[in-house]
Design a protein around this ligand. Structure first.
Ligand code: SF4
Length: 342
């Protein structure tokens, strides 16, 4: 049978909308991963951008719903950056305003303070089931790069990779936001999360381009790149052996420009650090304060960021070039990511 994007006329749209609404999710699993396509001829560039964003949104929403239908103990990682915030926005859309799984943030305690303020403000406003985890022992023993006791790579392992693994498994404490008090409390639920939704994009850096939408990890969170199932022709596998830990990546097809155009279209609130505050610099990527540098830019709003990216100003500058830990990993982050780093 021809895929729906080969059908023409209003009937194609009606058929696909019908299938999207009525068909069991398992049927959609074997259907090519495309959203409803408007057959109207779009003459202006703005219309094409909207159509492109609509397709990306539909695909991501579809993957989020598939993940929710397929995996029991699901959570979503929220780094507070623009990509994972777009993912959070899409999750709210996919489930009609209510995100039906917890948001996990691994707090290194070196994040730029505005990021944590933004996290907690949005978590309360959007009534998110917010959990943070940390490596308290490494912090207390000062086994970190900012304390001059480790390399950056070891510090990232200590403050990001290891706590992520232990918090997902339930072995280390989880701190859950109490919406009545606005404070975090020790979570009594230690059930492991086996499905983890993350906002990585294939174009972000080399190792991320090797991911799948549904990417298995072993019990130790280790990533075997060669053993991933293929995802040809927009087909993907969601049935894995019991105990397999799955990473789900609904934003894999999005580019940096797509993210900003979508943020502009949907008016998604982002951390103001992304914009020039008057000193001719802004953050293109957010992370820990000691390891993240701003770029030279006078972009003060989303429209100016999109124009700047499209101008080619950063065409030879990697998006994460301001992240010092990437450079220590040879620029590819692959070694860290194989061990569970996001
Ligand atoms: S980004 Fe820097 S401060 Fe943050 S965990 Fe990595 S090395 Fe440590």
């Amino acid at each position: 049978m021809d895929p729906p994007h080969d059908l023409s006329g209003g009937a194609a749209k009606e058929l696909f909308q019908f299938l999207s609404c009525r068909a069991p999710l398992s049927f959609l699993l074997v259907w090519p991963r495309v959203g409803p396509v408007s057959c109207k001829k779009l003459n202006d560039n703005g219309g094409k951008i909207m159509e492109h964003l609509e397709k990306l949104e539909n695909t991501s929403v579809h993957i989020l719903r598939e993940a929710y239908a397929s995996f029991k103990n699901l959570c979503m990682l929220w780094s507070i950056g623009k990509d994972s915030t777009v993912l959070l926005w899409l999750a709210r859309k996919a489930f009609f305003g209510h995100v039906p799984f917890p948001l996990i943030h691994i707090d290194t305690h070196y994040k730029i303070p505005e990021m944590i303020q933004y996290r907690d403000r949005l978590a309360l406003e959007w009534k998110l089931d917010m959990i943070y985890g940390e490596n308290r022992e490494a912090l207390d023993q000062k086994q970190t790069f900012p304390d001059h006791r480790t390399t950056r790579i070891q510090c990232c392992k200590n403050l990001k990779t290891e706590p992520l693994k232990q918090v997902l498994s339930g072995a280390w404490p989880r701190h859950r936001l109490n919406h009545d008090t606005g404070k975090y409390e020790l979570d009594r639920n230690t059930e492991p999360f086996t499905g983890v939704i993350a906002g990585i994009r294939a174009d972000e850096e080399g190792s991320r381009s090797k991911e799948r939408y549904f990417s298995p990890r072993d019990l130790d969170n280790t990533w075997d790149i060669g053993e991933q199932p293929p995802e040809f022709w927009n087909q993907y596998k969601t049935d894995f052996a019991p105990g397999t830990h799955i990473r789900i990546h609904p934003l894999l097809d999005w580019t940096e420009v797509d993210i900003w155009e979508y943020i502009g279209k949907e008016k998604i609130p982002v951390v103001p650090l992304y914009f020039d505050q008057g000193d001719g610099r802004r953050y293109r990527s957010l992370g820990c304060a000691p390891c993240t540098n701003p770029v030279e830019s006078t972009a003060k709003n989303v429209g100016e960021i999109v124009a700047e990216l499209k101008s080619g100003k950063f065409s030879r500058v990697a998006e994460r070039s301001g992240r010092a830990q990437d450079k220590e990993d040879g620029g590819g982050l692959e070694e860290l990511r194989k061990q569970g780093y996001m």
